[in-house]
Design a protein around this ligand. Structure first.
Ligand code: MN
Length: 203
């Protein structure tokens, strides 16, 4: 599938005359794949967890955000593929538009795909997501280490498809879990959601 097809849902939901979110045109690079975690103060506040797979960002809405405690299983609801440039998006989506509300870039970095089959052989990362179980090691400013995304509800029975995002490893958290989203600061600009909302489109 080409990028144009993969971004059809994304573009179909948005009026680019009104929102400053990117339309998507970036080429994929040969470097390590990237990830981004945004905090999105929309109708309900949530984190958006995105992993670059080829030329798009595969995306999940994570109501409570990622945790660094392996005991925490965080619900992750898949959302439409986003363009690669979305990792830079921070600002205010106008009220009334799709996803209207404030977005900050909470964490950003690269990841190492770790997905393997039952015999321990590496498998294509995009395929592992299609099949509903992917493992990867994050190298971000805030998030580090191995995580897994696992589909537990396929959505075929009319319920929404649902996944879990879980930190791999033994023992408890090493860091501080997930911060209060309203106090958390952008890794790009150091601003909180409130500051970005107050700055409007100037940021
Ligand atoms: Mn969102």
């Amino acid at each position: 599938m080409g990028e144009n097809d993969r971004l059809r849902d994304y573009r179909g939901k948005r009026d680019f005359g009104r929102t400053r979110e990117p339309q998507g045109s970036a080429e994929t690079s040969g470097a390590q794949p990237r990830f981004v975690v945004q905090i999105h103060d929309a109708r309900t506040l949530h984190f958006d967890f995105r992993l670059q797979v080829d030329d798009v960002l595969k995306s999940w809405s994570v109501p409570k955000g990622p945790s660094d405690d392996p005991q925490d299983k965080r619900l992750a609801m898949p959302t439409e593929d986003h363009p690669l440039e979305y990792e830079d998006f921070e600002g205010v989506i106008p009220r009334g538009e799709y996803g209207g509300g404030t977005v900050i870039v909470w964490d950003i970095g690269t990841y190492e795909p770790l997905s393997h089959d039952r015999k321990g052989r590496p498998v294509d990362f995009g395929e592992s997501i299609e099949r509903g179980h992917a493992t990867f090691r994050l190298s971000g400013s805030k998030l580090h280490g191995e995580y897994a995304l696992t589909r537990f509800r396929d959505g075929l029975d009319g319920e929404r498809e649902a996944w879990l995002l879980v930190k791999a490893g033994k023992g408890g958290a090493h860091g501080h879990g997930t911060p209060d989203p309203y106090r958390a600061r952008s890794v790009r600009t150091g601003r909180t959601l409130g500051q970005v909302a107050a700055d409007g489109d100037e940021g």
